[in-house]
Design a protein around this ligand. Structure first.
Ligand code: MSP
Length: 521
């Protein structure tokens, strides 16, 4: 009997192509990738979507600055975002671009639905707009620049300009109570709680209708039947999450299976769009709402926002060249509790990678497998006559998955890593206490049992670290000759424990130590 796998749909924001990708973008993609891989290994049918947001004034201005057509510009920059996904070993199932035909058709249909429901009307917009945020602000949200009182500043620090133009509006003001009611009935919809509280108080202050079309430039999706208007970039962009499932066709197997999404992962600066506009649009179009929008924090560098003008942007390639792909993935998720802001520092990265990966996990694998290779004629010995210490460590290896599963459900990546590393420490303590190198001379049979227990712990660590460090985990599992079809979380049991008699190859170091002098390089 085959039982159908439960679906799990996770998305990153689609990234603006006005600049090249940096570690902030990679952070979200890695977090989603780790979740997608975790769920696949845990028996889910996963769809993982990412892509690029290619319309709007900000992108248009960047293209103009380079003197190339917007299409040529977005083609080039979008490719750099795809390349960085390959670099970071991201396992997305689809890469959507908002300039694709499938998306234009979907966004136009979505608009038509909102119009049919009577939720769109024509008017004139006059007010403040920030090109950097691609967002409208009310006067009361703005401050003035200390050096020039004429310049208005958004809460994000972006400058705003005064806009007056013909525009279509979405009746957002009709959704305040409906949204508050939805948040109350679906307490997991906005996470973490700090963001939920901000959104609730924003909605309680009252929502104004939203300008959803522009007429002063043309780099966007034409509004159906009113082609002098283009869609506001956010209504265009948010629709990507359903385009990728086949919308406007709601009968596709993907739409049926994966909508509503389980998680829209976003940075905290774009929660207003995902937690207010998007659910209101979906309610208006009579579509189900996603389960969760999770907003994570921001990386700064030496306490400053990353920016080209400050010259402090950390490029993913530099990180990978210095530390390796898996080490970078590990560091990004271990360094700060997911949801909080964090400051990037190379010193901290080196210390963490050396302590946790080179010394912690790497050393455990290397010293255990070298001893098996040298002293047991390359053959994994039998686990017999187990002591309570052996049994306790094996039990911890098989049960760690039960501890980390709920942590994944709460997006607590750093705590899941802490639990896995609790097992690494327990194993390293066990090695020190059992001292197999001493047993080699005093009790060879017991040495073999100790090594056999450790090999099973390493198998479990290999399985558990796969979502975070897919290549390194594969290397560990390959060294142990674990078959490809026995690498899921359901195999973290005694029943699938590594068989005695398996021959291993000469172990190779997995996590090289990062030299101190590189700290100042
Ligand atoms: N195009 C919109 C999103 C549309 S989704 C329908 C957008 N794009 S963006 O290029 O500005 O990317 C924003 C996302 O990149 C953030 O929400 C966050 O996920 C990630 N990050 C960009 N810089 C970041 C940091 N410095 N730190 C952490 N993540 C940040 O907004």
């Amino acid at each position: 009997m085959t039982t159908e796998k439960p679906p799990f749909y996770i998305t990153t924001p689609i990234y603006y192509v006005n600049g090249t990708p940096h570690i902030g973008h990679v952070y979200t993609s890695v977090a989603c990738d780790v979740m997608a891989r975790f769920k696949r290994l845990d028996g889910y049918d996963v769809k993982f979507l990412t892509g690029t947001d290619e319309h709007g004034l900000k992108v248009k201005q960047s293209a103009d600055k380079q003197g190339v057509s917007p299409q040529k510009f977005v083609d080039d920059v979008s490719q750099t975002f795809e390349d960085v996904l390959t670099l970071m070993n991201i396992s997305h199932d689809d890469f959507i671009r908002t300039t694709q035909e499938r998306h234009i058709k979907s966004a136009q249909h979505f608009w038509t639905q909102l119009e049919k429901e009577g939720m769109i009307y024509a008017g004139n917009y006059s007010g403040w707009y920030s090109v950097r945020d691609e967002a409208y602000y009310t006067e009361s949200e703005l401050t003035t620049c200390p050096d020039n009182k004429e310049i208005k500043i958004a809460p994000t620090g972006a400058t705003c300009e005064w806009v007056e133009e013909e525009s279509y509006f979405f009746k957002l003001s009709a959704y305040g109570d409906k949204l508050l009611d939805f948040y109350e009935k679906n307490p997991d919809f906005i996470q973490p709680n700090s963001i939920k509280n901000e959104i609730i108080s924003f909605v309680k202050r009252g929502l104004k209708d939203l300008s959803i079309s522009r007429t002063s430039f043309d780099w966007g999706i034409p509004v159906p039947n009113h082609e002098q208007h283009i869609m506001y970039v956010w209504i265009d962009a948010l629709t990507n999450y359903i385009t990728a499932l086949g919308y406007p066709d709601k009968d596709t197997s993907d739409f049926q299976k994966f909508w509503p999404a389980n998680v829209h992962m976003v940075g905290k600066e774009i929660t207003r769009f995902h937690c207010i506009f998007w659910p209101a649009f979906l309610m208006a179009a009579d579509l189900p709402l996603p389960h969760t929008v999770f907003a994570h924090g921001w990386w700064t560098v030496e306490g400053e926002k990353m920016s080209k003008s400050l010259g402090n942007v950390i490029h993913p390639k530099d990180l990978v060249d210095r530390y390796g792909v898996d080490q970078s993935r590990y560091f990004l998720l271990k360094a700060i509790p997911f949801g909080n802001d964090g400051n990037f520092s190379h010193d901290q990265a080196i210390t963490r990678i050396n302590a946790d990966l080179a010394n912690g996990l790497g050393n455990l694998v290397q010293r255990t497998l070298s001893m098996v290779y040298k002293n047991c004629e390359t053959v994994i010995p039998e686990r017999v006559n187990l002591t309570p210490e052996d049994a306790a460590l094996l039990e911890q290896s098989h049960s760690t998955i039960h501890t980390i599963r709920p942590l994944f459900d709460q997006f607590q990546y750093h705590r899941a890593l802490e639990e896995i590393w609790r097992l690494v420490s327990a194993a390293n303590t066990y090695v020190d206490e059992q001292a197999p190198w001493a047993l080699k001379k005093t009790d060879f049979e017991r040495m073999k049992v100790v090594l056999a227990v450790l090999v099973e712990v390493i198998r479990c660590l290999g399985l558990l670290t796969q979502p975070f460090m897919p290549d390194s985990a594969s290397k560990i599992l390959d060294q142990l000759k674990i078959p490809a079809d026995q690498r899921e979380f359901k195999h973290l049991t005694q029943e699938y424990a590594i068989g005695q008699g398996t021959c291993i190859d000469l172990p190779e170091g997995i996590f090289p130590r990062i030299m101190e002098e590189e700290k100042t390089a």
